[in-house]
Design a protein around this ligand. Structure first.
Ligand SMILES: Cc1cc2nc3c(=O)[nH]c(=O)nc-3n(C[C@H](O)[C@H](O)[C@H](O)COP(=O)(O)OP(=O)(O)OC[C@H]3O[C@@H](n4cnc5c(N)ncnc54)[C@H](O)[C@@H]3O)c2cc1C
Length: 160
């Protein structure tokens, strides 16, 4: 039974669990976009070779893969704390803002790698980009997550 007067605290604990979930959804979206970008970069040819053989394309793929892994590790850390019954306000905030903004970046890069085809509905990356662009908003926007982290670092509440 929930004790009277503990509603706010219970809601905040609920957010600690929901935020890594939004992060994990973002990771799924970004992974799908990266998989599509890698496959397309091996098929599409320009200037006599697959575009995946051009250094700037490989750079985008490498950045996307690294950002994805970093987000995944942040989300796993938050879930691990939650599994062990440890409060994870800051770690969940870090996982949420980083993973959701990562998905915006990675799906944008995947769309870029698809060139003009990326903005059509035929290749699926525009849908992934639109889905990713929504993720930094629910369950506390990116700005709110950063305020939570900043408050923990400084001890100063900058919300108002
Ligand atoms: C897909 C989706 C699902 C949702 N599901 C739910 C749900 O199930 N239940 C529910 O209650 N709500 C839900 N929401 C609403 C969501 O929680 C809010 O949209 C979100 O909290 C932002 O609030 P707002 O839209 O009123 O924007 P505002 O609070 O008006 O914010 C607008 C902008 O100002 C920034 N901002 C606000 N305050 C500050 C500040 N102090 N410092 C710096 N920047 C600030 C925000 O980060 C944002 O960029 C959902 C939203 C989406 C997109």
């Amino acid at each position: 039974m929930i004790e009277p007067g503990t509603g706010l605290k219970n809601t905040m604990v609920l957010f600690e669990k929901a935020r890594p979930m939004v992060g994990m959804t973002s990771i799924g979206i970004a992974q799908a976009a990266l998989d599509k970008a890698v496959a397309y970069s091996k098929e599409r040819r320009q200037h006599g070779k697959p575009i995946g053989g051009h250094q700037l394309i490989q750079g985008m793929l490498a950045e996307a893969a690294t950002e994805l892994d970093a987000a995944r590790l942040l989300v796993y850390r938050a879930f691990n704390l939650i599994d062990h019954g440890v409060r994870s306000e800051v770690q969940s905030a870090m996982a949420k803002w980083y993973a959701t903004e990562m998905a915006v970046n990675v799906t944008s890069k995947a769309l870029q790698i698809h060139g003009g085809n990326g903005i059509t509905k035929d290749f699926g990356v525009e849908l992934l980009f639109r889905n990713a662009r929504m993720m930094p908003i629910p369950d506390g926007t990116t700005e709110i997550q950063k305020l939570i982290i900043g408050r923990a670092l400084t001890g100063i509440n900058a919300f108002s």
